[in-house]
Design a binder for this molecule. Structure first.
Ligand SMILES: NC(=O)c1ccc[n+]([C@@H]2O[C@H](COP(=O)([O-])OP(=O)(O)OC[C@H]3O[C@@H](n4cnc5c(N)ncnc54)[C@H](O)[C@@H]3O)[C@@H](O)[C@H]2O)c1
Length: 266
């Protein structure tokens, strides 16, 4: 398929989990992709994965909270392909801590990565889109934690819910340029990459990658995998969604639509 033919996408936080899957999914639709990450191996692995399915890729290492990194990424994409059509604000620091225990510096840093990173990259990419006359698409990766109150994850939940209205506000401001801004809401995700599974098991301290037990709670019976997010991201990135802006697509197997006391499949 070629639903993104000729388009250039920037994906931040391009780990071999969700960001990497979206980058590869875009390449499968004939987009070129810039994979950026603070971790060199993740950026390189993402670029290799894009090339494996026939796409062209750039791997760029940097911190999304660094304004120079955002402008460097846009400049590199423009130099190689002349324009940027799609941005996915995906980089995150998972740092599950509660209101009463989280160090202030951690809270500030986590919000800076989620909200500051989206601010800097959206601004840099939108400036490029405006100057090249590109009616582009910006996708902010949210989380079901943006829409519900999760205990013990105050920085993450606050940052992600902030991104909900960042999305709406940026969409309104950029509409006159034909630039669309939307959210994509994943939920607890079943990783496919063995390294990611091992990392998450180490983080959760349990045999499962997850600190919570989700068994039986998903209306659609299973956790989504990173690849389950690709169709929604491709739709938002493509011209098919020309009239979709300032909103969100939730890909959570029905988790957040569920009547709260109901246990599916009980
Ligand atoms: N995995 C899940 O279960 C899940 C659930 C809901 C939402 N999400 C969202 O999906 C997105 C991707 O999640 P994931 O599980 O693939 O995460 P991940 O931890 O696998 O990848 C995040 C990447 O961001 C990078 N990063 C961290 N700080 C950075 C910085 N300052 N600058 C640049 N890069 C930085 C990391 O190096 C990492 O490669 C995130 O926005 C996350 O909030 C994930």
């Amino acid at each position: 398929m070629s639903r993104l033919a000729g388009k250039v996408a920037v994906v931040t936080g391009a780990s071999p989990n969700i960001g990497g899957a979206l980058a590869r999914g875009f390449a499968e639709e004939d987009a070129h992709v810039v994979c950026t990450d603070v971790d060199e191996a993740s950026a390189a692995k993402c670029a290799a994965s894009v090339e494996e399915v026939g796409g062209q890729a750039l791997a760029i290492v940097g911190d999304v909270t660094d304004p120079e990194h955002a402008t460097e990424v846009v400049a590199a994409a423009e130099e190689r392909w002349g324009h940027v059509d799609v941005l996915v604000n995906n980089a995150v620091w998972f740092n599950q801590k509660g209101l009463m225990t989280m160090p202030l510096e951690d809270y500030r840093r986590q919000l800076d990565i989620i909200l500051g990173g989206a601010f800097l990259f959206t601004r840099a990419v939108a400036a490029s889109m405006i100057s090249t006359g590109t009616a582009g698409s910006i996708i902010n990766v949210l989380s079901t934690a943006a829409w519900q109150g999760q205990p013990g994850n105050i920085g993450y939940s606050t940052g992600k819910s902030g991104l909900v209205n960042f999305t709406r506000s940026a969409a309104m401001e950029l509409a006159e340029h034909g630039i669309r801004v939307n959210g994509l809401t994943p939920t607890a995700t079943q990783p496919e990459d063995p390294d990611v599974i091992a990392r998450m098991q180490a983080m959760s301290g349990a045999p499962s990658p997850w600190p919570m037990d989700f068994t039986g709670q998903f209306p659609m019976r299973r956790l989504p995998t990173p690849r389950d997010y690709v169709p929604a991201a491709v739709l938002l990135a493509s011209d098919e969604s020309a009239m979709i802006t300032g909103t969100n697509i939730t890909v959570d197997g029905g988790a957040t639509a569920k009547y709260w006391p109901w246990t599916p499949h009980a």
